[in-house]
Write a protein that binds this ligand. Structure first.
Ligand code: HEC
Length: 126
């Protein structure tokens, strides 16, 4: 009997230890509001269900974000920061007709900081 209890205690302890090392899924699945608002103002035009470009949706569909595997999320997060820093997104053609939708450097930084933080969390690095 004592043996059984000891085993349960050990198993329980290990469970708690293991759990606390896992990144919080709630935390990482949510895009923070200020980042979401920026993405929504521009990127969602082409990267949400119903947008015209199949290529854009294949690259990123924010409506399907929650369902992406961790590896896909991490890859897309990296790409989001890259396309912003390079000025590849939003596309030049789009900015010509929506000149007000260009992000400022501060806004790009906010998004990039989030992509890095979110990747780290997804990978359990902090
Ligand atoms: C006018 C439509 C349009 C808008 C607005 C737009 N995209 Fe895109 N995006 C595309 C298309 C089309 C592709 C796929 C073809 C390509 O890669 O150029 C794409 C591809 C991408 C890719 C993957 C391609 C790569 O080079 O890694 C990322 C990441 C991306 N977009 C992020 C964004 C972000 C972030 C924003 C907002 C700042 C944004 N997009 C705004 C149309 C758009």
């Amino acid at each position: 009997m004592k043996k059984k209890i000891a085993l349960i205690v050990i198993a329980g302890g290990m469970f708690i230890l293991f759990q606390s090392n896992l990144p919080d899924p709630e935390l990482i699945s949510q895009i923070p509001e200020e980042v979401g608002t920026l993405l929504e103002s521009t990127c969602y035009d082409c990267h949400t269900t119903g947008a015209k470009s199949e290529d854009a949706l294949k690259a990123v569909n924010f409506n399907e974000w929650e369902g992406y595997r961790v590896s896909k999320k991490v890859a897309v997060l990296g790409d989001i920061c890259k396309v912003l820093e390079k000025g590849k997104m939003p596309p030049e053609k789009y900015l010509k007709s929506h000149p007000d939708k260009q992000f400022t450097d501060a806004q790009k930084k906010l998004i990039c900081d989030w992509t890095k933080e979110a990747s780290d969390k997804l990978l359990g690095a902090n």
